[in-house]
Design a protein around this ligand. Structure first.
Ligand code: PLP
Length: 450
């Protein structure tokens, strides 16, 4: 692409430092400028339209043109654009949303605390875990178990629980208090000849061995995405979550379920905890809570978690944490309306009804010579690509993702996989369009490589 002086691309390259890019490469290449959105589509500044196959960052459940969210945001801005929830103040939108989240939670929950991003929510949940251990007089019970390939964000504590080297390297992470256990994706980590049941047993043994090695009395909490997203859509093996929960109970370790991607319908139920039989003490949600129209996240906690924290704040005199934007009225008003729309239009049911078609389409694509296998749940899936036999031939999944973009489809390549997480409003015909673009991209890359 030729970049004209003073163009929007040139000014972007001159002034903006982007997240999750090679900064030197960006200085030369710039990025794709997206200008508008509508339904499952976004349009760039040349007028080219794309299916957003990853719903932005796994988040835009209602698609890119939901007028009701814009109207609610406008009305809230006109009525009360901002107020905080510090020092004994509160406001309607945050109350309404907190009540709704407690009511729809997959297990009995008692309180909700709002933050603005998934990272912030995980970071604060981690601080709450430490605060709670101190409240209980368990000063040594502070370690957190995350998982290799788990993703919980990038702030200091959340980034430390994340189990991806690229989020640690040169940032001086992880913190010493964070330890990581194995990734339960059988496809990726199963051994030659090992059955899935034996793999699960090995994963559970790894977890228990880690707890015993570190000392159960030093471990406060286990963090996990029900289905790993940013690690590459990695499915837990059969029996994994039941086994993990039995171990955590045995050693008095809290379970924090990070449903930042899975929450609000992605797996065909309102929460993946329902889909997979997980009963967490703390549920972290974000992204689809507001379809990302406004930055918003929430920590939903049970009484067992909340009560010692409340006691400790009483002893100290204050729960000494809060953000200017905690429970922001516009964000929470948009979140509430977004969840009402998800319910009214039965978008959770849409994900459940389309699951077979979606996973079937991926399985068909997996028959392509460049593909290895497919996997997924609800409307979250991945197509595993075979690496090129010649190691110098570059990254096959990246080449396919780029060819998809040429075909008018934005998806994400992670490792050897290309990942799909379309808006929950997608229709059966649009799934065909999306996978049609992938099929053409696979053929193009194959022909170029022949
Ligand atoms: N947790 C999970 C499971 C995520 O997928 C993400 C983001 O992708 C985060 C946490 C971090 O959220 P944010 O990018 O809003 O900080």
């Amino acid at each position: 692409m030729t970049i004209m002086p003073n163009s929007v691309e040139a000014r972007d390259m001159a002034y903006q430092m982007h997240p999750m890019v090679n900064l030197r490469k960006y200085e030369k290449s710039g990025g794709l400028v997206i200008e508008s959105g509508d339904g499952i589509y976004v349009t760039d500044n040349t007028g080219k339209r794309y299916i957003e196959g990853l719903a932005g960052l796994w988040s835009v459940a209602l698609g890119f043109g939901e007028k009701r969210l814009a109207e609610v945001a406008k009305a809230q801005m006109e009525k009360l654009p901002y107020y905080h929830s510090f020092s004994y103040k509160t406001h309607g939108p945050s109350i309404d949303l907190a009540e709704m989240l407690v009511k729809i939670a997959p297990v009995p929950m008692s309180k909700v605390h709002f933050t603005s991003s998934g990272s912030e929510a995980n970071d604060l949940a981690c601080k709450m875990v430490w605060y709670r251990s101190n409240a209980l007089g368990k000063k040594d019970k502070k370690k957190i178990i995350g998982r290799i390939k788990g993703y919980h964000g990038v702030t200091i504590a959340a980034g430390s629980i994340t189990g991806l080297p690229r989020n640690h390297e040169s940032f001086d992470l992880p913190l010493d208090r964070m330890v990581h256990t194995s990734c339960p994706s059988y496809v990726h980590f199963g051994l030659e000849g090992e059955s899935e049941a034996d793999f699960t047993k090995r994963m559970l043994k790894d977890l228990e061995d880690l707890i015993l090695k570190e000392g159960a009395e030093t471990i406060a909490a286990f963090w996990g995405e029900p289905v790993m997203g940013a690690g590459g859509v990695l499915m837990p093996s059969d029996g994994y979550w039941a086994g993990v929960q039995a171990i955590l109970k045995k050693y008095d370790i809290l379970l924090v379920a990070d449903e930042v991607i899975c929450g609000f319908g992605r797996t065909g139920k309102m929460f993946a905890c329902e889909t997979l039989g997980i009963e967490p003490d703390v549920l972290v949600v974000s992204k689809q809570i507001s379809s990302s129209y406004m930055p918003l996240s929430a920590i939903i906690m049970n009484d067992h978690f909340y009560q010692p924290i409340a006691d400790e704040s009483d002893r100290i005199g204050v729960f000494g944490h809060g953000f200017t934007a905690s429970g922001h009225p516009v964000a929470t008003a948009v979140g509430l309306e977004n969840l009402k729309i998800i319910q009214e239009r039965d978008l959770v049911g849409n994900a459940a009804r389309l699951e077979e078609k979606f996973l079937g389409g991926l399985a068909e694509l997996a028959k392509h010579p460049l593909a290895h296998s497919s996997r997924g749940i609800g409307l979250l899936g991945a197509l595993e690509i075979k690496p090129w036999a010649d190691a110098n031939a570059g990254d096959a999944a990246a080449a396919i993702a780029a060819a998809c973009q040429d075909e008018g489809l934005i998806i994400r390549n992670i490792g050897e996989a290309i990942c799909f997480c379309p808006p929950l409003i997608i229709t059966a015909e649009q799934i065909d369009d999306m996978f049609g673009a992938v099929a053409r991209a696979l053929d193009t890359v194959q022909a170029a490589h022949a």
